[in-house]
Write a protein that binds this ligand. Structure first.
Ligand SMILES: *Cc1c(COP(=O)(O)O)cnc(C)c1O
Length: 395
């Protein structure tokens, strides 16, 4: 072949780095195109199960490694990665539900799951009911999928996981657990061994990796884990058609966050409980929601699944004498707490919620404005001092 121009040589370069590289971090493998050795290799059937490469969209060594580690975290056999926690919510619903099916969703479900169920699924002929997370929902002949979230969003009621999962198993109804709060650490979503073991027997366990596994407030990603091969294949089939790709630098960040996650979870749990109990004793506060606090809705359900670990969230309802504007002034007066969504990152956050428009069933409190606190990694005494000074803005 004639001497090639540098533009060609730079792409078809003969140098290969020596084999034998080994280090703690997983190398970041990026690709759209994945090269085949020859046409015979191209024509070979390739199982779509994380054991072979076809195209960068379906996975690279980096994303397959993260998926395998997350399957271990969740006590699962299979794991699919998706580009957000929300995509991990939409994937099971889109993969499993068919026209005529009914899906049940707890009334305190993550807000975007509510919108998907209410405003998107009906156009595919899928009906829905919202159920009280503290009760076992009644299942109908066409109930296909039941969503669970433990603890639920914003009001943090801890559902009757054992009762609901057992009822669904008995009827062959598919269950999907949003395990973002437990993060794979608070309990095992799969093992059907109630009471003796904090395992639950869900069919699908998804997480917003955006929260604890990332831990940096810098990544959006989700995981969908299963034990059953057929169920995984069904989810994987939808996954391929929906075009859920990932940036491998984001995958790298989650791989980097995983080893410290149990330490972060425990540290944030400790400070969150301290602050939640302290807030519950403040004169300005009517009620505090945190599953580990006796009296918080579903506290007994949390005890029944192990009652050991809890996430970095609590919500405080201010006494009705304080107007929403006064509560906003309190939130604005906070110096260390950012105002913004998401949680489990380094910075503590506080968000006031108007709950009147986001629930179908009665709320677990009467009147008063709710503020959700997400505790970060700051010193607990500094956070307490900040809340104390901001409470003076209430008056
Ligand atoms: C944040 C969150 C999600 C969605 O995650 P994103 O990555 O923000 O899309 C889903 N479920 C729960 C319970 C969450 O807290």
């Amino acid at each position: 072949m004639a001497k090639q121009a540098p533009s060609t040589q730079l792409i078809h370069h003969p140098y290969r780095a020596p084999e034998g590289w080994d280090a703690v971090p997983v190398p970041v493998a990026k690709a759209s195109t994945v090269l085949f050795k020859d046409t015979a290799d191209l024509h070979k059937p390739r199982p779509r199960d994380g054991l072979s490469y076809r195209y960068g969209l379906h996975g690279t060594p980096t994303s397959y490694t993260l998926a395998a580690r997350l399957a271990t975290l969740e006590h699962a056999e299979h794991c699919l990665l998706v580009p957000s926690g929300l995509a991990a919510v939409t994937l099971p619903s889109l993969a499993i539900l068919r026209p005529g099916d009914e899906v049940l969703v707890p009334d305190n479900v993550y807000g975007q799951n509510r919108y998907l169920t209410e405003s998107w699924l009906p156009q595919w002929g899928v009906t829905h009911r919202f159920y009280d997370p503290l009760k076992v929902p009644d299942l109908r002949a066409n109930t296909k999928l039941v969503w669970l979230e433990a603890a639920g969003s914003i009001t943090l009621e801890f559902p009757d996981l054992l009762g609901t999962l057992a009822a669904c198993r008995a009827r062959g109804v598919v269950t999907a657990l949003d395990n973002t709060w437990g993060a794979g650490l608070a309990f095992n979503g799969f093992e059907p061994a109630p009471k003796t073991h904090p395992g639950l027997g869900a069919d699908i366990v998804m997480q917003a990796l955006t929260k604890y596994p990332s831990g940096g407030a810098d990544v959006l990603m989700g995981s969908v884990c299963t034990r059953d091969r057929k169920l995984h294949d069904r989810l994987n089939h939808a996954h391929e058609h929906l075009g859920y790709g990932l940036g491998q630098n984001d995958v790298e960040l989650v791989l980097r966050g995983l080893p410290t996650m149990p330490l972060r979870y425990a540290a944030q749990d400790r400070v969150t409980r301290e602050l939640a109990s302290w807030m519950a004793g403040r004169a300005e506060v009517a009620q505090v929601f945190h599953p580990a606090l006796p009296g918080s809705p579903g506290h007994e359900n949390w005890l029944a699944v192990g009652g050991a670990a809890a996430a970095c969230l609590f919500s405080a309802v201010f006494k009705p004498e304080f107007s929403p504007a006064q509560v906003d002034a309190f939130v604005d007066a906070l110096q260390l707490f950012g105002i913004g969504y998401s949680w489990a990152g380094p910075m503590s956050l506080a968000v006031p919620y108007d709950m009147s428009r986001s629930r179908n069933l009665p709320l677990p409190f009467n009147g008063g404005t709710l503020v959700r606190f997400a505790i970060g990694l700051e010193d607990g005494n500094d956070l307490k001092a900040d809340i104390t000074q901001a409470l003076s803005a209430l008056r």
